[in-house]
Write a protein of this length. Structure first.
Length: 523
């Protein structure tokens, strides 16, 4: 071999030579229990980093991870993403440099998954193509655009008085058993006909398994599961899973938002989410603050809710709308978690037990409910009939309280009370009965134009039902126009009056006939 050859071979070998040293930060478990562990070492660990447990991985048969939760001077508090019995003291822990990711995409629609995005619905593995970090920074102001399209809930009282826009965050707040979940589920069911489509994510946090199962059954029954993902972290799951579920669901929603599509996410509920976080924090001996919650509880929820957004047109114009739910105790909405979430969201729908038990369902307290941005997204058709509705209703409830003590009322007040009573009746709505825009507009139209004022209150809902059917048959063009243009012309408005008068004449005649019939039976 000549010397030149030798050098070239050596050069070649040197070029290919790569030092194969893996630098991993390794630590050891010093304490484990209650779904958390503490490890010594791991100096380079980052907050929120995935940490691998090699021993537990062997026992489990697939990778066993934990999340670096609190970084302290000589140890790291770790939240375990699996059964803690597989981890024991002295086990090795390794940094991975990765952040927790969950599967995202269309393939998840129709599925029920756990907080890590793994299927729990017996429908086999999910053929997902993409994953996404559960914790991502929310889009900044330049990437956003004010809400401009309505997100119809199909619930008259909400779409008319507390309108929600795509990309908005609207809190549903109230005591237990006041119909909070019902509003969220009805909204999901109503997205069946949404154009462009709205994909839904229902995150169940800290609920009973049976309750979640019922929700899934309901969604299936109304054909809503096809476009919905259910993320379930029931009360039986360890607290860390309940805490992570909200972020996992959010990541799944962001996939739609960032790909120019629209999505709706329901967090049911954030009170239990805060409880789970408090539990984890206390176990890790973080200093406790107000109501024993750790100091960053506000950050916890704003980090989550800020990710709901309407993106600008350059970014595809997608949106993620959030409906967080918060449970109050005895109507105390000035408690810690409720006030926090109220201040992070763009408005709230406040539900009240008194109204609920009085049969006013949905039990919305009009005075305390507000939507701060959704008005801009309300359709013109709805604007025309519902502009005054919220004020009128709030005034009615005030007058009503006052009128209980008054002996004599002037004519104007009396008339307002009569109108209000009928509007309250008109805004009642059964569960699982979302209404189309045109039907909502027509219903409110007869209310605000006084067509119900001289009818008995008990007849209001029958009148509404009958009238909508009547218009469907006799004046289908009204329905078509409102559905197509989201507006109605003056000519159509005249026609709406004509229809109302025609139907009312027939309805009153029928009522009178019925009353006479009853009298003759009595005689
Ligand atoms: N609009 C409605 N009309 C009739 N019944 C309703 C209506 N909304 C809710 N309900 C009924 O009220 C009950 C409570 O509703 P829901 O479970 O939605 O309340 P919640 O506030 O979510 O309760 P929880 O605090 O237990 O989560 C249910 O039985 C539900 O069927
Ligand atoms: Mg509920």
């Amino acid at each position: 071999m000549r010397s030149e050859e030798l050098t070239s071979v050596l050069m070649h070998e040197l070029q290919r030579y790569e030092r194969k040293i893996e630098l991993v930060d390794v630590g050891y478990v010093i304490e484990v229990g209650d779904g958390i562990a503490r490890a010594y070492g791991l100096e380079g660990a980052m907050a929120g980093e995935l940490l691998l447990f090699p021993e537990a991985t062997k026992k489990l048969g697939r990778e066993f991870f934990g999340l670096a939760f609190s970084l302290e001077v000589d140890s790291v508090g770790i939240v375990l993403l699996g059964p803690d019995r597989l981890v024991s003291e002295g086990d090795e822990v390794r940094c991975t440099g990765r952040i927790l990711e969950v599967p995202v995409g269309m393939e998840l629609l129709g599925r029920v998954v756990n907080a890590l995005g793994q299927p729990i619905d017996d429908l086999g593995p999910i053929p997902y193509k993409q994953t996404r970090r559960v914790e991502l920074k929310a889009p900044g102001v330049v990437k956003r655009k004010p809400v401009c399209e309505p997100l119809m809930t199909g619930i008259k009282a909400i779409d008319s008085m507390i309108p929600i826009g795509r990309g908005q965050r609207e809190l549903i707040i109230g005591d237990r058993q006041t119909g909070k979940t019902a509003i969220a589920i009805d909204t999901i069911i109503n997205q069946k006909n949404a154009e462009p489509p709205v994909y839904c994510i229902y995150v169940a946090i800290g609920q009973k398994q049976s309750t979640v199962k019922q929700v899934v059954e309901t969604l299936k029954k109304y054909g809503a599961m096809e476009y919905t993902i259910v993320v379930s972290a029931p009360a039986s799951e360890p607290a860390p899973m309940q805490y992570i579920a909200a972020y996992s669901g959010c990541a799944m929603g962001e996939y739609f938002r960032d790909n120019g599509m629209h999505a709706l996410i329901v967090y049911d509920d954030l009170t239990k989410h805060a409880h789970a976080y408090r539990q984890v924090s206390l176990l890790l001996r973080r200093p406790a603050g107000r109501e024993a919650y750790p100091g960053d509880i506000f950050n916890l929820h704003s980090r989550l809710l800020e990710r709901a957004a309407k993106l600008n047109d350059e970014l595809g114009g997608g949106s993620l709308t959030a409906l967080p739910i918060v449970e109050t105790q005895l109507g105390d909405y000035s408690a810690y978690i409720p006030t926090n979430v109220i201040s992070i969201t763009d408005g709230q729908i406040y539900l009240e037990p008194d109204l609920f038990y009085a049969g006013i369902r949905p039990a919305i307290n009009v005075g305390l409910s507000v939507s701060r941005v959704g008005g801009a997204a309300r359709t013109s058709a709805m604007n025309k009939v519902a502009k005054q509705l919220k004020l009128d209703m709030a005034r009615y409830f005030e007058l009503q309280a006052f009128a209980q003590f008054a002996t004599e009322l002037d004519e104007a007040t009396r008339r307002e009370l009569i109108r209000g009573e009928r509007l309250v009746e008109l805004l009642k709505q059964e569960q699982y009965n979302p209404m189309s825009l045109s039907h909502q507009v027509l219903a409110i139209f007869i209310g605000i134009n006084g067509y119900l004022d001289d009818l008995p209150v008990e007849a209001v809902r029958e009148f509404e039902r009958g009238f909508l059917e009547f218009v469907n048959h006799r004046y289908p063009e009204i329905v078509h126009e409102i559905e197509k243009t989201k507006d109605f012309s003056e000519a159509t408005e005249k026609k709406m009056h004509k229809a109302a008068q025609e139907f009312k004449a027939a309805f009153v005649a029928r009522l009178e006939g019925r009353a006479e019939g009853e009298m003759s039976v009595a005689a």
